[in-house]
Design a binder for this molecule. Structure first.
Ligand code: PMP
Length: 415
């Protein structure tokens, strides 16, 4: 899913393990859009998976207090006892799961948690089942760790959700993990208890498979959707599941780099071995901030949710009014994942035929100066992702431009 780039100067030989991995397409588009902006083009970037809110004040204050109190040294490898306690309390309070302190871990973002977990468990040839569309990093982390990602495309008609039969068919004796993400980046689709149950039933029939769940967008759900996580639904999974979460999205803390997870003690210990050789520990000051986030007031999350919902409704409504585009209403996260099937084979004013979703997103960037990400970057085409974690004014302007750009396309020149 990632596209390889020229990594080095002549004479530099990258390790084989990164041969098939490159810089994320999202980051590439972001870099191109930023370069256009520097040249004076009024580019609107709807590519980043980052809330435009600021980190709440009480969280910043906790970090400042930690600096003043001299909490500026190495901490325990995979999180201070206070952060682990806060994570345990969060899992109990919000998810109804009892994790003991030695069943939780913290790292430099959920990304490092995923990396530690795969690095600690995957041997060459081990397989990880990943439903697509999915966050671009999953398969790349698996590949870096020497594993094989088994991508299972999930239709818009099925709500972009993995179906039990698809899971069953993807399982082999080499399957090590299944990775589920709800609400999803990029589709915004979320699994209800009823959606999860058939998948859980399959997993119970295959005890050699472990379940990784990425709950990063837990707090961004709409229309009364009831967030659930599989271990809360099926306690028997607890001994072979890793429940991953973090503070980046919920608390607008992407730059602080703290993620955490709950799982069986042996796995948590193995992950700490990887972390000890990679970063020693997460940043002490960010840990103090994350403790304040998890233990502090949670009411503001509702306001932010309401604001995201307004933007979601705006974006979905406008996209569905554009001929050629079709957007499913997402249950959560801050992304739309729209089909651009109706645009394919049309011709741009410059005479270029739009053959793929990447051609469409290139056209939007170059002609309309709106940066969005093609579905191919997430393993499902022909779609494109919009991140609506930006201001309503910017969204309206971007949607005006997308509408105009689509209207400027000429009909198919194919028979
Ligand atoms: N999981 C998903 C689904 C994400 O979208 C992201 C960030 N884009 C992450 C994990 C990683 O989050 P972080 O490392 O900032 O905690």
């Amino acid at each position: 899913m990632m596209i390889s780039v020229d990594i080095g100067e002549a004479g530099f030989r990258p390790a084989a393990r990164i041969a098939s991995v490159g810089v994320s397409k999202i980051l590439q588009i972001g870099a191109k859009a930023a370069a256009m902006k520097r040249e004076g083009f009024p580019v609107i970037i709807l590519g980043a998976g980052e809330p435009n809110f600021d980190t709440p004040d009480h969280i910043k204050q906790a970090a400042k207090a930690a600096i003043d109190a001299g909490e500026t040294k190495y901490t325990a490898l995979d999180g201070s006892p206070a952060l682990k306690q806060a994570a345990c309390a969060k899992f109990k309070r919000e998810n109804g799961i009892d994790y003991a302190i030695d069943e939780v871990t913290a790292g430099a973002g959920a990304k490092q948690i995923l990396f530690n977990a795969f690095m600690a468990t995957i041997d060459p040839g081990d397989e990880v089942i990943i439903p697509t569309p999915c966050w671009t990093s999953y398969s790349d982390i698996v590949e870096v760790c020497g594993g094989t990602s088994v991508l299972v495309p999930c239709d818009a008609a099925a709500g972009f959700r993995l179906q039990a039969e698809q899971l069953e068919n993807a399982i082999t004796p080499r399957t090590r993990w299944v990775l589920l993400n709800s609400p999803s980046n990029p589709s915004g689709a979320a699994y209800s208890a009823a959606d999860y149950q058939p998948l859980i039933d399959v997993l119970l029939r295959h005890p050699h498979i472990w379940l990784m769940v990425d709950d990063m967008y837990e707090h961004i759900v709409y229309d009364g959707f009831e967030f659930v996580t599989p271990v809360a639904l099926e306690p028997r999974l607890k001994e072979r599941a890793l429940t991953v979460n973090g503070v980046s999205k919920a608390y607008a803390m992407t730059g602080w780099r703290i993620g955490y997870a709950g799982g069986p003690k042996a796995l948590i210990k193995a992950m700490a071995v990887i972390q000890s050789q990679a970063t020693s520990c997460p940043c002490s000051i960010s840990q103090a901030a994350a403790i304040a986030a998890l233990n502090g007031p949670q009411e503001f999350l509702k306001d932010r949710q309401a604001s995201f919902k307004r933007r979601r409704d705006l974006v979905v409504g406008r996209l569905n009014a554009i001929p050629g585009l079709e957007c499913r209403t997402p249950e959560g996260a801050f992304y739309t994942f729209s089909s651009c099937a109706g645009i394919l084979n049309k011709v741009t004013p410059n005479g270029k035929t739009i053959a793929t979703d990447a051609d469409f997103t290139d056209y939007l960037l170059e002609d309309a100066q709106v940066a969005v990400v093609p579905g191919s970057a997430f393993g499902l085409s022909p779609f494109f992702r919009i991140s609506y974690a930006t201001s309503e004014e910017e969204l309206v302007e971007a949607l005006n431009r997308i509408e105009r750009a689509c209207a400027a396309l000429k009909g198919s020149i194919l028979p």
